[in-house]
Design a binder for this molecule. Structure first.
Ligand code: SAH
Length: 213
């Protein structure tokens, strides 16, 4: 099977699973997922599954990327904060759908490789930082949308504080010793509201910047 054919199959499968937003499907169609993977995993780039990347982390499953993006309800005025750049794949899907993406990663190696991909793909509205996503990016707050791609025990205080009124945050939260669920947090004048969306499995959100040899 050719790569193009696999890609079309993936898009059809996402549509069948309820992802109907044409802009999201187009962003996925236009983004070469193989670019975000090491050589040995490139043949699996269009399988709907999470795959290993450097530093013991994972690139999210395309369905989960599409689902999270869909539930963020993005428009071209949105200023988005992403926690957990990883390979940069989710960032690349967000980029054409919003005004600007600010993305934070705790591994310098991953951030650097992702940055090279953003450059190669001409994603000019992405700004990166190596840091601890628990703290958010206070200088640039508030954010219209926040997406967290690593699982936390609870919503980090700083991220709740940095969400704009009328804003949406999508975050995987630990719901039991072995279970996580994707949660949508919205802010109105009275405070934050939580809504459970989907059982998921993400790598953990870890405190502090990673030490690398
Ligand atoms: N969205 C990524 C998924 C990467 S996995 C992709 O599409 O490839 C989650 C990422 O979150 C990992 O790279 C991990 O290093 C990062 N991460 C975990 N805790 C973090 C923290 N406190 N701050 C910033 N990044 C963090």
């Amino acid at each position: 099977m050719t790569e193009d054919y696999r890609k079309i199959e993936l898009i059809m499968s996402l549509r069948n699973q309820g992802i109907r937003d044409q802009r999201i499907l187009e962003a996925i169609e236009r983004t070469p997922r193989e670019m975000f993977l090491g050589p040995s995993f490139q043949p699996m780039a269009y399988a709907d599954q999470a795959l290993p990347i450097a530093c013991g982390q994972t690139i999210s499953q395309p369905y989960v990327v599409a689902f999270m993006t869909d539930r963020l309800k993005l428009n071209d005025r949105c200023k988005v904060l992403e926690i957990g750049t990883g390979s940069g794949y989710q960032t690349a899907i967000l980029s054409p759908l919003c005004r600007r993406v600010y993305t934070i990663e705790r591994y310098r190696t991953l951030a650097k490789e992702a940055g090279e991909r953003f450059k190669a793909l001409g994603l000019s509205n992405v700004t990166q930082m190596v840091g601890d996503g628990h703290k958010g990016w206070p200088k640039l707050a508030p954010f219209d949308r926040i997406i967290v791609t690593a699982a936390a025990a609870e919503v980090p205080q700083a991220l709740g504080d940095q969400l704009a009124v009328g804003g949406i945050m999508i975050i995987p939260l630990q719901s039991g010793p072995m279970s996580q669920e994707l949660v949508r947090i919205t802010r109105d004048e009275r405070g934050l509201a939580h809504e459970r969306l989907l059982p998921v499995r993400f790598v953990p959100l870890v405190e502090g910047i990673a030490r690398e040899s």
